[in-house]
Ligand binder design. Structure first.
Ligand SMILES: Nc1ncnc2c1ncn2[C@@H]1O[C@H](COP(=O)(O)OP(=O)(O)OP(=O)(O)O)[C@@H](O)[C@H]1O
Length: 320
């Protein structure tokens, strides 16, 4: 596999003052192959969005390196870095309500990414019309304002705005969680079709594990700023190895009753610890339904479980 994106020990801490720091992303290493969709799941606050933003330079990195196409990206982006990389890497945001400027027309919003391109106004309008069509809207919508659209339509506008630059890599940060259930599948199918036709590589962040399994080649599970498991999406979903992944999958009902029967059923204990005071040793100690009350110190590094495709950070699963 050729890695388009590689994270090497990526860290992002937020300083709260008085010596307190939020360990939002706490040493993550992974690769995303060209053309691959990597799904990223984990509870609220586990650091998924921060990871996506640090990857794209929207947050300065505290430590570690992001490689893109083999090149190390800057630790802290300057305006020129954003301009240079915008046509290669883009983000689709969670909330289609707050991420679109209400004072701009849809045409102006979508055309924003074409600023700086040597295109005449009519060429830009042409490109906007093409993209409105590609996302299932119509050219006539260009002169309207965001408030005139439904949530699903606004997310389509957000998708057109990100993809009109024809990036190679897109971070989709919970692109469906603010939408009605009835339109979620339509937006996921649209993203999947665009991914196929454009040969996109994706990091797909979401809460809904069954949706992530559907759209992703591999699935990565984050807990308290760290990666606890990664592997082929169906393997992680149907045969989770880390106790945390087991409780996550168990709390995410599978609509198909046959598939539901195959899944583990365990319950998570206690509250998620504060990312300001990350427990030493096993981060999942105290919540683990398997190994209470004794929990050994373990390396937080991911260990190969079955083969190099399937990694789990748990002392219960030692390399074979
Ligand atoms: N700008 C910030 N300043 C301080 N702390 C922050 C900041 N942004 C995020 N955090 C903290 O970092 C941790 C990770 O947050 P993040 O939003 O990345 O999690 P998440 O997994 O994406 O959650 P959700 O699914 O709710 O979006 C949380 O404890 C959050 O409160």
């Amino acid at each position: 596999m050729t890695a388009l994106v590689k994270l090497d020990d990526l860290r992002k801490y937020f300083d709260l003052g008085r010596g307190q720091r939020v360990h939002a992303v706490d040493g993550i290493s992974l690769e995303i192959a060209e053309g691959e969709t990597l799904g990223l799941v984990g509870e609220s606050g586990s650091g998924k969005s921060t990871l996506g933003k640090a990857l794209l330079g929207l947050h300065d990195k505290s430590a570690g390196t992001v490689y893109y196409g083999g090149q190390a990206l800057p630790q802290r982006y300057k305006a020129a870095d954003f301009q240079r990389l915008a046509s290669r890497m883009q983000m689709i945001f969670q909330d289609p309500y707050s991420s679109l400027n209400p004072r701009m027309t849809v045409g102006e919003i979508i055309a924003e990414g074409l600023r700086g391109r040597k295109l005449s106004n009519s060429q830009k309008q042409q490109r906007v019309a093409e993209w409105l069509d590609r996302v299932g809207l119509s050219a006539g919508h260009a002169s309207r304002y965001p408030h005139e659209f439904s949530g699903g339509q606004r997310q389509r506008i957000g998708i057109a705005r990100a993809l009109i630059m024809e990036p190679e890599f897109v971070v989709c940060d919970e692109p469906i969680s603010a939408l009605d259930v009835s339109v979620q599948a339509q937006v996921v199918n649209l993203l999947n079709n665009l991914k196929q036709s454009m040969g996109l590589t994706m990091l797909f962040i979401a809460h809904d594990l069954s949706m992530v399994r559907y759209i992703s080649d591999r699935m990565a599970v984050m807990y308290l700023g760290a990666l606890v498991e990664i592997g082929p999406a169906s393997d992680v979903y149907f045969s989770p190895k880390h106790p945390y992944t087991q409780v996550l999958t168990a709390s995410n009902p599978e609509p198909d009753p046959e598939l539901e029967k195959q899944r583990a059923s365990t319950t998570i204990q206690g509250e998620i610890p504060s990312p300001v005071n990350v427990p030493t040793g096993c981060r999942f100690a105290g919540r683990c339904p398997k190994v209470m009350p004794v929990c050994r110190e373990v390396t937080p590094q991911l260990l190969p479980l079955v083969d190099e495709d399937r990694l789990v950070a748990c002392h219960l699963y030692q390399p074979e």
